[in-house]
Ligand binder design. Structure first.
Ligand code: BDR
Ligand code: CA
Length: 316
């Protein structure tokens, strides 16, 4: 059975990614490691614990990750736009009960490395926030990380424009130096960027199909979805938008939904106006054996249907 670690800045679409993953009983979520991005790392941790409790999965351990980007000692401050998309508390300003559990004492990066050693190629990392924890794990022990199955991350934009600047996608823009370490390493990576997530468009009907269930899970997920999927059209009667983070779970578990994987040497621009842009590079060809592929095309209809149906079943 594949072992999965979600590394996240929880986040409404991160929460949907947790639900989507937990609905797959043929893989094991061995932990959630937390990072800043949509919210501060401490909030991502609290949200992870609260959401796991909501889903009745207090058995999944949660780990505190980095609070600062790779090249700084100052805690990351989320951007105003993230608060507008995900709410001030990351979960659409909903009040979930104070989690009964706390984080594990082991730091996130130690857990990632320990799991890499223990499970090797059976381990898949699915980061859906900035790549800071993952970069640190690689910097500490690239050999161990080279042995894992894959890092299937949501982030980047190769053939389309960015969403926080014309060049950069939010997760990469938050810590470009970290993303550069990850992409320039020899660890096997799959980029699930805006190239495909913008084609994973969920519409009003699919979101509304979650609305007629009576469980507490469904009420909360509905309220969160309403908050998140109002952003694009600014019309509460017409919900919709791109499904970012759950698509990374899809690419890891149902790669057949991805119509085209492009093997490519990637790096990240760190200077000037293009800072945070994921770009191809010849450089690595000479120095390293890169194992990166970019998801370029998607069977959006199959994915969105599977996602909407699976979430509906899960929150029932
Ligand atoms: C990414 O940014 C965050 O707001 C989302 O959670 C997603 O991971 C999309 O660019
Ligand atoms: Ca995210």
């Amino acid at each position: 059975m594949k072992k999965i670690i979600l590394d996240m800045d929880v986040g409404i679409d991160d929460t949907l990614a947790i639900a989507y993953l937990l609905a797959h009983r043929d893989v094991e979520l061995i932990g959630i490691t937390t990072v800043f991005g949509n919210v501060k790392t401490e909030t991502s941790l609290k949200n992870s614990l609260a959401v796991l409790e909501l889903f009745g999965r207090e058995d999944v351990p949660v780990f505190l990750g980095n609070t600062c980007v790779l090249t700084s000692d100052t805690a990351f401050i989320p951007h105003e736009i993230a608060y507008r998309i995900h709410g001030q508390n990351g979960i659409g300003n909903l009040e979930l009960p104070e989690p009964k559990r706390s984080a594990e004492s082991m730091p996130a990066v130690d857990f990632i490395l320990e799991s890499a050693q223990k499970y090797g190629e059976d381990l898949i990392l699915i980061p859906t926030g900035p790549l800071t924890n993952i970069a640190q794990a690689i910097l500490r022990d690239e050999e161990a990380m080279k042995g894992i199955g894959n890092i299937t991350f949501m982030g980047g934009a190769l053939t389309v424009q960015g969403n926080v600047t014309p060049y950069a996608e939010a997760n990469i823009y938050a810590d470009p130096e970290a993303a550069k370490v990850v992409l320039e390493s020899e660890v096997s990576t799959t980029m699930v960027g805006l190239d495909v997530t913008l084609r994973a468009h969920i519409g009003n009907d699919a979101i509304r199909s979650w609305g007629d269930l009576n469980s507490r899970k469904s009420q909360i997920i509905n309220a969160m979805a309403k908050y998140y999927f109002t952003f694009e059209y600014n019309d509460p009667d017409n919900l919709g938008g791109a499904i970012h983070d759950p698509l990374a779970v899809e690419a890891a578990l149902h790669p057949e939904s991805i119509r085209q994987f492009l093997p490519i040497n990637l790096t990240v621009e760190t200077q000037g106006p293009t800072r945070g842009r994921t770009v191809s590079t010849m450089e690595k060809l000479r120095e390293k054996k890169t194992r990166t592929q970019v998801c370029l095309n998607l069977d959006g209809e199959t994915f969105v249907k599977r996602f909407a149906d699976t979430i509906r079943e899960f929150i029932r």
